[in-house]
Design a protein around this ligand. Sequence first.
Ligand code: ZN
Length: 126
Amino acid sequence: MHELSIAESIITAVVQEMEEQSLSSVSVIGVRIGAVSGVLPDALLFSYEVAIGGTALSDTKLEIEKVPAEGKCRHCEAHVRLGDCSFLCPKCGSGAVDLRSGHELEVAYIEAERSCEGESDDEVES
Ligand SMILES: [Zn+2]
């Protein structure tokens, strides 16, 4: 299952981040997923719930931010936003669209507490 290996790599990256930043008790992990990244958010959420069992992140929540696929059509030069299921320019129907976004698959933020600080939630940009 594709999403399970993605969930595992997210967990690995966040655990590494926790060690580097001396973070404890991560509560929320935010990921950005592009519309044409090939990742199904629902499947990723499900896989994540499975994959965090027994890890340091077993109490965390995964928040998914969907990034629309946007780019410039090479044919009519319009700046277009593609639908979830279409790679064609909505203006002229050309398939030659240079995407500037939509392939994202990244950890966008982690909400955690630092070991050495009080109770305030820190948001760590990565
Ligand atoms: Zn076009």
